[in-house]
Design a protein around this ligand. Structure first.
Ligand code: IMP
Ligand code: MG
Length: 179
């Protein structure tokens, strides 16, 4: 039913799972013997986060943050903190898990906020890195896939809070998001 709004499947569930396992393997290697706080950026990253998290063999905590835009629509306006994390991250290794790096404003906001709390390490893990003009200096340490500058949904990513439950990552037909 939701499939009819999808122009094409970009990444299949199998491709996503292979990539998730590879990223988790790298995180396990990079932080071997250390404790890590893994933070999901609500809500788009929760499915990706769950898959990454269950593949980690490290001693880790799960936490959640939510950042919202004052503006409306698909692009982010000025940002505000809607829900803070619960953990005290001072001196701890932190990995932020986000669905997509578009302009980078969301991750810049979160990285600036969390780095003030003096974590031991602060890393960024994104499912998708969109090829576009990045307005900020945030670079992801772990990237699932690169995508073209088009609107994608599924595997947690939404358009107007729909399509998150699609098992694949697909391109949303332009007549849906341009209308
Ligand atoms: P940024 O702050 O411009 O990097 O935007 C990141 C946020 O915009 C993500 O957390 C997504 O919620 C949303 N976003 C940007 N591009 C897409 C897309 O193609 N599909 C779904 N959400 C998107
Ligand atoms: Mg988001």
């Amino acid at each position: 039913m939701l499939d009819k709004d999808i122009a094409r499947v970009i990444y299949t569930p199998e491709q996503i799972q292979d990539r998730v396992k590879e990223i988790a393997r790298r995180i396990n290697e990079d932080f071997a013997g250390e404790q890590v706080v893994v933070i999901a950026v609500l809500r788009g990253s929760v499915i990706f986060f769950s898959d990454i998290f269950r593949n980690l063999t490290l001693d880790c905590e799960a936490d959640f943050i939510s950042v919202g835009s004052y503006g409306k629509g698909a692009t982010s306006g000025e940002l505000k903190l809607k829900k803070d994390i619960s953990a005290d991250i001072k001196g701890k290794n932190v990995i932020i898990v986000e669905d997509i790096l578009d302009t980078g404003k969301t991750l810049k906001f979160i990285c600036d906020l969390l780095s003030q709390r003096e974590p031991k390490a602060l890393r960024v893990c994104v499912l998708l890195d969109k090829k576009c003009e990045k307005q900020s200096e945030v670079k992801a340490d772990y990237v699932g896939f690169e995508v073209e500058d088009t609107f994608v949904v599924g595997y947690g990513l939404d358009y107007a809070d729909r399509y998150r439950n699609l098992p694949y990552i697909g391109e949303l037909k332009t007549d849906i998001w341009r209308k």
